[in-house]
Write a protein that binds this ligand. Structure first.
Ligand SMILES: Cc1cc2nc3c(=O)[nH]c(=O)nc-3n(C[C@H](O)[C@H](O)[C@H](O)COP(=O)(O)OP(=O)(O)OC[C@H]3O[C@@H](n4cnc5c(N)ncnc54)[C@H](O)[C@@H]3O)c2cc1C
Length: 293
């Protein structure tokens, strides 16, 4: 089906939902590199989200984007539709359970939990994710992951309890199967406000994000620290066009203003080749590609 036909069919089927043609999804990503997607859809409610997913799946390729902090968007963009969750912002607390729609920022969940004396997710302070992205990636640090605190996830296909989410190190069933996460219920522990504040302060102090545009860690730590291995291969400061291995933390690639996604991709490829040559380690990406590379 031609792009125009897809667009018209989506517009006609999703009355009242914001749909944008030729959306600069690359600029939306944290790297701010890469091209456009044909169609961007901004649902504002569970019903609009479910409806959009089911309609688009029958028409053209679909991707879901949260805060765009772990994405590398192809310079050629993405031929298809992207559902952006940034307007899915409802939350509800009941006892030690907290339900957040997928577009809510993790930082805002953590703030809200602190105000309600609920503890658990403090370790994630400083991860710039949306709830959907954090659960899809099973984001984490300091040996803890967001999935540890999930009670259930409402998806395009129904509700999954934690045991069905297949959480693993920076992965989940949602990442493998590309299933849309609509909202998430977290189970927390009641705690004293001072104790939570203390934890937040100490985790914030531990965080050292290198300066500049990045997607966080590019590679997974799988039995080794990727940053240390890359550093030991002498690659700190190594560049491809406008993309550079951070001098502060070798698992971060920093994009300068003139960088392209191809520069970042080429640098990732070179790092993998050099690390394999010198250490026989096959690095695998934590960052997610959107579009063709
Ligand atoms: C400075 C910095 C520091 C970081 N530190 C950490 C860290 O300490 N630990 C860590 O784990 N990560 C870290 N990250 C990486 C990133 O923040 C996480 O991977 C985060 O979980 C991505 O969330 P997002 O909403 O930005 O997802 P996006 O980048 O938008 O998408 C990432 C993946 O999730 C999928 N996705 C997003 N929303 C949904 C949804 N509603 N339903 C289904 N799939 C969805 C996308 O399709 C894609 O596959 C860091 C990034 C930066 C820039």
């Amino acid at each position: 089906m031609s792009f125009e036909k897809c667009y018209l069919q989506i517009i006609n089927s999703l009355k009242g939902v914001e749909v944008v043609k030729d959306f600069p999804i690359g600029k939306y990503s944290r790297y701010k590199t890469g091209g456009y997607c044909d169609i961007a859809i901004f649902p504002k409610s569970e019903e609009e989200f479910k409806n959009a997913v089911s309609i688009v799946r029958g028409i053209c390729p679909l991707e879901i984007v949260g805060a765009g902090t772990n994405l590398l968007v192809s310079d050629g963009g993405f031929q298809g539709a992207v559902i952006l969750t940034e307007k899915m912002l409802s939350t509800k607390q009941s006892g030690n359970l907290y339900v957040a729609e997928s577009g809510v920022k993790l930082s805002s969940v953590i703030r809200d939990l602190a105000l309600n004396s609920l503890s658990g997710l403090e370790f994630a302070v400083g991860i710039p994710a949306s709830v959907g992205g954090a659960v899809c990636m099973n984001a984490g640090c300091y040996g803890k992951s967001v999935g540890d605190y999930v009670r259930y996830v409402v998806t395009e296909n129904g509700t999954l309890t934690k045991g069905d989410c297949e959480f693993g190190y920076r992965t989940s069933r949602f990442l493998k199967e590309k299933t849309a996460i609509i909202k998430v219920c977290f189970a927390l522990n009641p705690s004293e406000p001072e104790v939570i504040e203390e934890k937040l302060k100490s985790y914030s102090n531990m965080r050292r994000n290198p300066k500049g545009k990045s997607c966080g860690s590019v590679f997974k730590n799988e039995g080794y620290f990727a940053g240390r291995v890359i550093d030991e291969c002498g690659l700190k400061g190594y560049c491809k066009g406008g993309a550079r291995v951070s001098e502060e933390h070798a698992n971060f690639i920093i994009a300068s203003d003139g960088a392209t996604s191809q520069n970042i991709y080429d640098l990732i490829k070179t790092i993998k080749e050099k690390v394999y040559e010198k250490r026989q380690i096959v690095l695998s990406e934590e960052l997610v590609y959107l579009g063709k590379f």
